[in-house]
Design a protein around this ligand. Structure first.
Ligand code: NAP
Length: 225
């Protein structure tokens, strides 16, 4: 499958490398894919030059990464995701599964971050992306676990499930298929894209669990009677 990864940070590199290892073709999109930008040290990942050399994946601008893709991942900081996706362009996203991994976290007051009020309450980033790009099939997924867990769920022992939401059943099935290939065996479907409110609201809890437990290898588990 051809996959466009909008964002080349820790999540884009980790998901991209794992999907390439499964046989997919991945193009990471960044704002300015110059030689200088590709060689730049990135806080949570390798340089993109090193990432390409290691994985065989390509790096391009945002629009190019999405244009040839069947599935597009949004892995940009949530407060900037709408701007990034506008740079991708609605045409390049039309008809495609758009996996929204981003969290609209505001780090302006340091740790812990809080949910940006522009994307919380009676809205969410996932819903705003779906509203602005109605021809894309937005699926909120992977946003409630650390990047390492996205691609190796067994890092957290025991049964735990991936949350997802979205309006299009076929798109959710496609995302579940990719997740199964990454090792996920169980899913909690939170319904239509309004479910993104719940998935994004997990983040303040998740960040505190990380801070108090000293490890990002933590997740929430649903137990029903
Ligand atoms: N880190 C995790 O374990 C984790 C887990 C769950 C969810 N998430 C979510 O996944 C997303 C990606 O996380 P990350 O740590 O990989 O991200 P990141 O390193 O902060 O950002 C990655 C990409 O975002 C682009 N970007 C940054 N500012 C931008 C702006 N103003 N406009 C357009 N693009 C911009 C960058 O483009 P350039 O390369 O052009 O600078 C970069 O390629 C975030 O929303 C995060 O909350 C992260």
């Amino acid at each position: 499958m051809k996959i466009g990864m909008i964002g080349g940070g820790g999540v884009g590199q980790t998901l991209g490398a794992a999907l390439i290892a499964l046989g997919h073709q991945v193009v990471i999109g960044i704002r300015t894919p110059s030689a200088e930008e590709l060689a730049k040290a990135r806080p949570q990942g390798a340089t993109l030059t090193d990432w390409s050399a290691r994985t065989g994946g390509a790096v391009a601008d945002f629009a190019t990464a999405a244009r040839g893709a069947e599935v597009v991942f949004n892995v940009t900081p949530g407060q900037h995701s709408l701007a990034a996706l506008r740079a991708v362009g609605a045409d390049a996203l039309a008809g495609k599964v758009l996996v929204d991994v981003a969290n609209p976290l505001d780090f302006s007051a340091g740790m812990p971050p809080f949910l940006d009020s522009a994307f919380s309450g009676a809205t969410s980033l996932g819903e705003q992306i779906q509203a602005e790009f109605p021809a894309a099939k937005v699926v909120k997924a992977f946003n409630t676990v650390a990047a390492a867990v996205m691609v190796t769920p067994s890092l957290i022992p025991g049964a735990h499930e991936l949350f997802l939401s979205g309006n299009d059943a076929g798109a959710k099935a496609a995302v579940q298929g990719l997740a199964r290939d990454l090792g996920w065996t169980g899913f909690v479907d939170l319904g239509d894209i309004v479910g993104a409110r719940a998935q994004e609201a997990v983040l303040p809890v998740w960040v505190r669990l990380w801070m108090t437990g000293g490890s990002p290898l933590v997740t929430l588990k649903v137990v029903r009677a």
